[in-house]
Write a protein that binds this ligand. Structure first.
Ligand code: G3I
Length: 325
């Protein structure tokens, strides 16, 4: 595709990426892509508990504010990630001693201070992230350990702080994990019954070329049937999920990846418009993909932009296939 043909321009919903403020500052190609290709921004790490609330009495909004300012300048939407998670909690939280009331005060204060700070600037929040295990049970965490019904309480506190924010439950790997999916749907039903505010489901969509189309489609259909907003919140399509050191990104894997991207975007298009919150990629280019860093998988090419932040062939294919519609 021509360099002036932007995927974002042919989509009726926001197209996003998670970003790292250091790269936004240091790397002009990265910054240009974040500005030109996307209409929504998520902080990859800097709104998470450990980073935004490093000490009991201190919040650190510096990097989060930078991201919000960048988005504002660029007229992008900001998606908030994430208020409550078992992972990347601050060390002081793990050491916290107190009774149930003290834990509830801690979490409520965490959620509401952040949401108050970003009031009116963040469209939607991942209120709770990854709370269920594959078998559908509640994932053990400091929150689950100390606060009964912490999911419902978190959503209630979030809604109290910002009644306009779209409140999401966000999770990964529902495809092929019917128990996990069932737990999420049961939570939604239970919340509706109890009038606990929940407005959206984040489907992370960290998938691979080996993911099963039918399982992905089923998860999307089941999620859509709740009537909530749907966000594909952390999309990447791994081509080398087994971390083969001799992996070559050949025509076959490129084709398979292209098909998976197309599957995600066409399934999203089938969601009723009013439920379409958007599609967000996790990272901008292959080089900064968490799959390379986190899993030490150097031969992984899961995104639409390459090491030098150039559009890959898969970008052009996706554009052409979506434009035809
Ligand atoms: O910043 C420190 C650095 O000072 C230190 O030297 C280095 C040593 O390990 O760690 C650096 O922190 C790392 C941080 O990313 C920033 O790069 C952490 O170790 C590392 O664990 C952290 O990984 C993040 C991961 O969440 C944590 O679970 C990834 O960047 C981030 O992409 C990933 O994002 C998650 C979503 O939030 C939720 N869904 C899954 C997704 C992928 O795991």
């Amino acid at each position: 595709v021509h360099s002036t043909e932007f995927l974002k321009l042919i989509l009726p919903y926001p197209l996003g990426a998670s970003v790292n403020p250091r790269l936004l500052e240091e790397n002009s190609s990265y910054r240009a892509l974040a500005m030109n290709e996307f209409t929504s921004i998520t902080a990859e790490n800097h709104m998470k508990m450990a980073l935004i609330h490093p000490e009991a009495m201190r919040f650190d909004f510096v990097k989060g504010d930078e991201i919000v300012a960048f988005a504002k300048k660029n007229k992008s939407r900001v998606h908030g990630h994430t208020l409550v998670w078992h992972n990347q909690t601050a060390p002081w939280m793990k050491d916290f001693q107190g009774d149930q009331q003290a834990w509830e005060n801690l979490l409520k204060n965490h959620i509401q201070t952040i949401m108050n700070h970003y009031q009116g600037q963040i469209a939607g929040w991942d209120v709770v992230n990854e709370a269920f295990l594959d078998d559908g049970s509640l994932r053990p965490s400091i929150w689950a350990d100390h606060i009964p019904d912490y999911l419902a309480k978190s959503f209630t506190w979030a809604h109290e702080a910002d009644s306009k924010a779209i409140l999401f439950y966000n999770d990964y790997g529902q495809d092929g994990k019917p128990k996990k999916m069932e737990a999420i749907l049961n939570m939604v039903q239970d919340f509706k019954k109890r009038q606990i505010p929940i407005h959206g489901l984040g489907l992370q969509m960290h998938i691979s070329i080996q993911s099963k189309n039918e399982e992905i489609k089923q998860v999307i259909e089941q999620s859509t049937a709740t009537g909530l907003h749907i966000h594909f919140s952390e999309v990447d399509v791994a081509v080398n999920p087994k971390n083969n050191p001799d992996f070559v990104n050949d025509v076959m894997s490129l084709q398979a990846q292209s098909n998976k991207f197309h599957l995600l975007f066409s399934a999203f298009a089938a969601i009723p418009t009013k439920q379409q919150y958007g599609i967000t990629f996790w990272n901008v280019g292959d080089k900064d993909s968490w799959l390379r860093g986190y899993f030490k998988r150097p031969k992984e090419y899961p995104l639409l932009f390459d090491e030098s932040y150039q559009r890959k062939s898969v970008y052009g294919e996706l554009y052409q296939r979506l434009k035809k519609k």
